[in-house]
Design a protein around this ligand. Sequence first.
Ligand code: ADP
Ligand code: MG
Length: 235
Amino acid sequence: MHAEFDKLAREAAQANEDYQHYLLRLTELEVAARASNAVQARIRQAGFPLHKDFDTFDFTAVPALSKPKVLELARGEWIEQRSNVCLIGSPGTGKTHCAIALGLAACRQGRRVRFYTAAALVTRLEQAQKQYQLDRVLGQLDKTDLLICDELGYLSFSRAGAELLFQVFTERYERKSLLVTSNLAFSEWGQMFQGERMTAALLDRLTHRCHILEMNGESFRFRESMKSKRSKKGD
Ligand code: ADP
Ligand code: MG
């Protein structure tokens, strides 16, 4: 308001606007600025590694993925309903891109989001446990409406690491949303968690109320690099 009151007052005087209108316009500007700052803060707090949105996502490159379904998820009702999303597919098919874009959409709706790769999340939890800070870190995660856990499956975890991740996933069950991306089909998740029983229990909770999107297809990175090679050759 401080930044704008003078300019707006001059405009109001020129337009012969009354005081109520001037005050209303000034207040509206302040409210809009606050809302925009709040969204920016949500986005900062989410810790996205990159800025990826749906405007740069080419749905025709992933025919297996339903565009209407993804755009419906971008409206965020699934987060309201405390359900989950799993994006499963081979490397380079746009899982991280979509995960970030869905996370951004949630931030814009005023939701609290936190993005981690699975490896970074496990490291964070293990460190917290060592420093007797686990409860505090779990409490922080619990405050988020949406936890994104990217790249589950590239690394297998130690038993202790897997148990910590299991604990996070279990605590969120039916209370908060999770978005998980993985290059592994569910049938292969046993490799990651060392143990059929824990894997089964985890999958049971994760997939109970879950939108599962399969994103298999050719790698977008690979296709792009082939395209640029071809155009360099001049054909
Ligand atoms: P994944 O996480 O499945 O391995 P990424 O989301 O990291 O794949 O995608 C790899 C790169 O290709 C990123 O730069 C991403 O923005 C881009 N990309 C992937 N799929 C698409 C797509 N359908 N449209 C536009 N860019 C895409
Ligand atoms: Mg990825």
